[in-house]
Design a protein around this ligand. Structure first.
Ligand SMILES: [Zn+2]
Ligand SMILES: [Zn+2]
Length: 84
């Protein structure tokens, strides 16, 4: 337990739901900030997998979203933790 460093360590976690409207498949995933939203959905149907995702910072409790993303999209919160 450190009592000397009150600095926030950004700890952003993303979570979201994906959906493939043409076939009706859907699912959920969580991933880290600056990682990629990737459904890994293998399907014979055309059409894009879409994501609705939001992030949460465990260090300060900030949240944002939902964001609408395409599959295999990099996600950046650009969160400046500790600023108020
Ligand atoms: Zn599908
Ligand atoms: Zn934060």
């Amino acid at each position: 337990m450190s009592t000397t460093s009150p600095e926030y360590a950004p700890d952003v976690v993303w979570g979201g739901q994906w959906e493939h409207p043409v076939c009706g498949a859907s699912g959920e995933a969580t991933w880290g900030d600056e990682e990629t939203a990737y459904a890994g959905h293998e399907c014979e149907n055309d059409g894009e997998v879409t994501w609705s995702a939001e992030w949460r910072c465990d260090a300060c409790g900030a949240t944002s979203g939902p964001y609408l993303l395409g599959d295999d999209s990099p996600t950046y919160s650009d969160h400046e933790c500790g600023e108020d």
